[in-house]
Design a protein around this ligand. Sequence first.
Ligand SMILES: [Zn+2]
Length: 255
Amino acid sequence: MAAEIRLFPCLTDNFGYLIHDPATKATASIDAPEAGPVQKALEREGWTLTDILITHHHHDHVGGVAELKQKYGARVVAPHDKSARIANVDQRVGQGDVVKVGGLLARVLETPGHTLDHVSYVFDNDKALFAADTLFSIGCGRVFEGNYPMMWDSLLKLRALPDDFKLYCGHEYTAANVKFALTIEPDNPALKARAEEVKRLRSENKPTIPTLLGDEKKANVFLRADEPSVAAGVRMKGASAVEVFAEIRERKNKS
Ligand SMILES: [Zn+2]
């Protein structure tokens, strides 16, 4: 049976996510920005939390973990300590590990850069990628703890996933990301189409997530730093992908 996925807003602009296995009734929260909205979403569906899969140590991704673990006795899965310590962890995971949520399987990809400990969870059978603050729609996370080559490598790992996989990211930043991306690739038809779609979704007060990875590959400038059109957009023809990526990321920091 196919997994059921729910997304809902948390804090200011975070997404909360539940993934549910109808066969075993297991339910995982991907990160836990805060307990209240996760609990409400569980109650709405009549689901019980069995697992919490943490992507990285930032407070807006783990703030609700202690309370949810106490209430449901959920197992907490988190990356190995590579930066700050995450509390209440039952199982540590790294590159290539597979986490079971009932009958669902999540493959762990280490995607450092935003933080050193950042991991993404890939549910291959369900074609779902939970990339938190590594890859956003039409954007990527700020590089806080790692460096640009590290972050670019992480993005390449995610770009290697199939086009029909859905991207579930950590924040609703898409409108601002689109505005910025259009300064780099103003003539990219996929980006222009995404801009229209985002405008419509936001005017209807709907989330811009999930999005298809195939569409991101065509429209997300941060995944396209090795494309001549993107290098040309920052007047860096002939520069390496990492150099172009670093330039785009720094421009975004200042935007
Ligand atoms: Zn973060």
